[in-house]
Ligand binder design. Structure first.
Ligand code: BTN
Length: 148
């Protein structure tokens, strides 16, 4: 009893400290992905809906790239959910395509926020016969753009 009490106290403090130090991943802000694309998530409503602007570094088209609006939704952070899942749609303003992203906002082992995502890019086809080649799928990782 004399020995188990300090042990339980240390265990309790360690577990308590860990749960207190669980950091939140917050979607609002400026992000850059592994392709060099920039994303700014500007507004976040109380129910987790958000809007932003996406400036892609690459395109499947030959058109001049322009910043494009995005709309999305995330699960709300709460004491048990500090690394929320989310999804958003980009309505490309310079092409006829649409991209949908889905992902999760994580805090990595170094305490840095990172967005792990997958996407579908739907291109416009002039003929239904080309539908089979209309959708690309891929993976992007986003890191928060640190203030210079
Ligand atoms: C288009 O080519 O019609 C629009 C631009 C698509 C850019 C894609 S979306 C998925 C991938 N991730 C990026 O940051 N850019 C490309």
């Amino acid at each position: 009893m004399v020995q188990t009490t300090p042990f339980l106290l240390v265990l309790f403090l360690a577990l308590g400290a860990h749960s207190l130090s669980t950091e939140k991943c917050i979607l609002t802000g400026i992000w850059v992905n592994d392709l060099g694309s920039n994303m700014t998530i500007k507004t976040m409503t109380a129910n987790g809906d958000f809007t932003g602007i996406y400036l892609t570094a690459v395109s499947a088209t030959m058109k001049k790239i322009e910043a494009s609006p995005l709309q999305g939704s995330q699960h709300l952070p709460n004491p048990g959910l500090s690394q929320p899942t989310f999804g958003f749609t980009i309505h490309w303003s310079f092409s006829d395509s649409i991209t949908v992203f889905t992902g999760q906002c994580f805090v990595d082992d170094d305490g840095k926020e990172i967005l792990k995502t997958m996407w579908l890019l739907r291109s416009h086809m002039d003929n239904i016969k080309n539908d089979w080649k209309a959708t690309l799928v891929g993976y992007n990782e986003f890191k928060r753009l640190e203030e210079q």
